[in-house]
Design a protein. Structure first.
Length: 287
């Protein structure tokens, strides 16, 4: 297909692996087609929009004053106010596409896959037309050496790392695999709470601040570490006992539990086997 320009939008909050991926894409484009990757940016950026963009509408200013919120910044994006997608992606992309269409009467190819029909509008969608799904498109990339340094093997989606719409498990993975980004996210959330308080703009998620998530994940880590240590100790103890009785006939080992009469290990094993045989067998699943 004839391609004269390839465009994407950088929110400024992409994963480091994504920026390296874009570098690889540009090298391929230049080698095979002699063109560069055009990366669009908002003039001010994500954090300026989140914390510093001045509000000018009288209605907005009045609402901010009533809530005792500063008249600047948008806070965390919400389900009904996704300013991030609008201002950092959609608007700047559409503006550039309209400019190119007007100057060159160009076709606009959009990389929406066959399993995303609700996103189809009035452009040209090659993946959709060819019946290529998201999973198939990803495999095509992998087969050609583009693997995002394993990013899609960790996360279900790879949009902005600070996105509040991520699953809890995705945030858990962010803390583990990208601790430097997690630390930045904690700073941003603390600043949002200071600036916007107990409001939708100040809350990262409805029921969770990032600091609360940090405490939850830390507690999970502590529990997992405790279980790991207990398992290791149990394994070591079992191996120690096996080594202690290695080569000793069962009938020569005397066991005594509480006030019960002492038994040889051989007798105890026979009694345990008899009890096991008396237990009702589990029924198989029926259809």
């Amino acid at each position: 297909m004839p391609i004269d320009c390839v465009i994407t939008a950088d929110t400024g909050m992409e994963f480091p692996e994504m920026y390296r991926h874009w570098d690889m894409i540009e090298q391929l484009l230049y080698q095979e087609r002699g063109i560069r990757l055009t990366i669009l940016h908002h003039s001010k950026g994500f954090e300026w929009l989140m914390f510093d963009e001045p509000k000018v509408r009288p209605r907005t200013l009045a609402a901010r004053e009533a809530l005792d919120i500063p008249p600047y910044g948008n806070g965390w994006p919400g389900i009904h106010v996704r300013w991030c997608t609008g201002q950092l992606k959609t608007q700047i992309m559409q503006k550039e596409v309209d400019r190119i269409k007007g100057a060159y009467n160009a076709l606009h190819y959009v990389g929406i896959a066959a399993d995303e029909p609700k996103r189809i509008k009035n452009e040209v969608y090659p993946l959709y037309d060819w019946g290529i799904t998201e999973a198939e498109a990803l495999k095509i990339c992998y087969d050609r050496g583009f693997d995002w340094n394993g990013l899609y093997e960790i996360y279900h989606r790879c949009s902005c790392w600070c996105c509040p719409f991520q699953r809890i498990d995705e945030l858990r993975k962010l803390r583990y695999h990208h601790p430097e980004l997690w630390a930045k996210l904690r700073e941003m959330d603390e600043r949002a709470l200071d600036q916007f308080g107990n409001t939708a703009m100040g809350h990262f998620r409805v029921n969770w601040t990032v600091e609360q998530l940090e405490q939850r994940f830390a507690a999970e880590d502590a529990d997992n570490e405790s279980e790991r240590k207990e398992d290791a100790m149990s394994k070591d103890k079992s191996e120690e006992i096996r080594e202690m009785f290695k080569g000793v006939p069962p009938k020569n080992v005397i066991l005594q539990v509480d006030d019960l009469p002492p038994k040889t290990l051989e007798q105890a094993m026979k009694q345990q086997k008899a009890r096991d045989n008396k237990r009702p067998k589990k029924r198989g699943k029926t259809r």
